[in-house]
Design a protein around this ligand. Structure first.
Ligand code: PHE
Length: 351
């Protein structure tokens, strides 16, 4: 046997013996670096030193070394496979993990029915050219009441039983959880000039005994349009278009006169009750009236236009406040508003 063959044979024996001891993938990585590493693997160094071998032996030596390289790479791959198979077998026999079990299905979340309805209402008004604005849920009494013509001792404050913030500022209790989105009429007018068409969605809070149509937390969308020549018929047109889009052409809509200090005249809009179909007798959801009120509205009071710094003989406006939970109830035939925030998945999964 030539010295070259002897040398290659002993290299092979040594390499394979070490590989046989490398059971884990980590040990195999170390072995690969030691023998086949590009920079200073032992076999690599041998291949590189070929150029110093006597010219008549170079070709044979080169071939033997390359054969050895192929052998070692093949063996390494085989050991790798064996190590992986052993690892999986170990996992399954140790009973920690049954790799044959089907995967767990991912449960998909969904939007809350009130959020879905809110988005649809926003889309309906946005398509009519209303821009979306947002205001704070913790509000100054000044905006929630005074600025919309409900002064401290005005009996109309009782229309909104208020949850106050228990902090005195300037010696007074003057912060609250907004009871409606109407303070944003003022906030919008402070920040922009007519012509304006804005909606303001958001949560409102009232200290209120709950029943089938009243919750202490509710969602509203405030609407405000101010321009030259805005009329009651524009308000009606916008609200009819909104109601038809949300409820379809079949539902009945009724307007009747109402009072809100910040509008004159004021109206309420109601939709025929889905349960008793405007029959009314004994219906718990519409309180026997046959109608479910979904919004308050009216022509912005001239004093509010003036306070915002505009000439009320030139500019007029309409405003409305939609109760989103009411809209959702009518839409899906939900008989009690209190279902929305009880977080009962049997209810929520239906939407
Ligand atoms: N802010 C009123 C409420 O919460 C609704 C409303 C808004 C009425 C705008 C008229 C105009 O009851």
């Amino acid at each position: 046997m030539s010295t070259i063959e002897a040398e290659v044979d002993s290299l092979r024996a040594e390499a394979l013996e070490e590989l046989a001891r490398a059971d884990s993938e980590a040990e195999q990585d170390v072995w690969r670096a030691q023998w086949l590493g590009r920079k200073d693997g032992r076999l690599t160094l041998h291949l590189r030193s070929l150029k110093d071998a006597p010219p008549e032996q170079r070709a044979a030596f080169g071939k033997s070394l390359n054969d050895l390289k192929a052998t070692l790479e093949g063996e390494l791959e085989a050991r790798r496979e064996a190590a992986r198979a052993a690892a999986i077998a170990a996992l399954s026999t140790e009973a920690v993990l049954d790799v044959t079990l089907p995967g767990r299905p991912q449960s998909l979340g969904r939007l809350h029915p009130v959020t879905q309805t809110m988005n649809d209402c926003i889309d309906a008004f946005a398509d009519m050219g209303f821009q979306v604005f947002e205001g704070p849920e913790v509000e100054w009494a000044r905006y929630n009441f005074d600025a919309v013509r409900i002064p401290e001792d005005h009996p109309a404050r009782d229309m909104w039983d208020t949850i106050w913030i228990d902090t005195l500022i300037d010696g007074e209790r003057n912060m609250l959880l907004r009871t409606h989105t109407s303070p944003n009429q003022i906030r919008v007018m402070e920040q922009s000039d007519p012509p304006m068409r804005v909606i303001v969605p958001g949560k409102c809070y009232r200290q209120e005994a709950t029943d089938a149509t009243h919750e202490w937390m509710l969602t509203q969308i405030e609407g405000l349009a101010v321009d030259e020549g805005v009329r009651m018929s524009d308000l009606k047109g916008a609200l009819y278009a909104f109601a038809r889009r949300l409820f379809g052409d079949e539902r009945q809509i009724i307007f009747h006169h109402s009072y809100f200090p910040f509008v004159e005249p004021g109206v309420e809009m109601a939709i025929d009750c889905f349960l008793c179909r405007a029959d009314g007798s004994n219906c718990r959801t519409c309180h026997g009236t046959g109608w479910i009120e979904i919004l308050g509205a009216g022509m912005v009071h001239p004093e509010i236009i003036e306070n915002a710094g505009y000439d009320s003989s030139r500019y007029t406006g309409f405003a409305f406040g939609v109760g989103i939970e009411r809209v959702a109830m009518l839409r899906w035939g939900i008989e009690d508003i209190r279902h929305f925030y009880q977080n009962d998945l049997r209810f929520l999964r239906q939407f």
